[in-house]
Ligand binder design. Sequence first.
Ligand code: ATP
Ligand code: MG
Length: 206
Amino acid sequence: MDVKKRVGIMGGTFNPIHLGHMLAGENACENFDLDEVLFVPSGNVEKKREIIDPKIRISLLGDAIEDNAHFALSTQEVDRKGNAYSYRTVADLKKKNPLTEYYYICGADRLFHWDRWDEPEKLFAEVPILVAPRYNKHTDEELQAKIAELKEKYNANIQIIPMSEVNISSTDIRDKVAQGKSLRYIVHYRVVEDIKKYKLFLPDEE
Ligand code: ATP
Ligand code: MG
């Protein structure tokens, strides 16, 4: 029998990767029977000052996921010149691995605010979306209404990952570092070490 490999793609800046990303991946894996979660960090398309070098983001990501046999990393968006659209990342992977069944994993905030350059309708046409709740950014009613709207408008296949909300963001992590606060238990311990080692996210010296 032709059993397809099932892979969830998770795009993001991962500036830096935290346990919210990893728990979304792990829960998607478990609840939707995925063989693998593929983390795909974006390149520095926007010249936002606070987004650290892709090489360093990749190094932290690699350290964070190394001990999970279901987690993998793709540098395809960083390697590509110019903007990387999520739908193109997915389409490229589907073309390369026609026997794999792909899903796209994201946090619920992305359903409300797609990146400016992204074209979500093209992504919806490519893959089912597995969405992790982020109730600090929306209510459950708003999320249900958004999913219904996207289903109606684009025929999107969107399913909520059954998991507890994990109230962590990379913005929080960067703020904590700047304030000298502990990152224990909110990022992988190796990422804590990396952030110290590379002196990341510290406020500019005057
Ligand atoms: P930032 O605060 O810089 O925007 P972030 O924590 O939102 O960072 P991203 O790299 O922007 O992290 O997110 C990558 C993907 O992971 C997005 O789909 C986002 O919605 C999702 N995500 C991030 N944090 C969480 C979380 N705590 N729970 C569920 N999904 C999350
Ligand atoms: Mg974000």
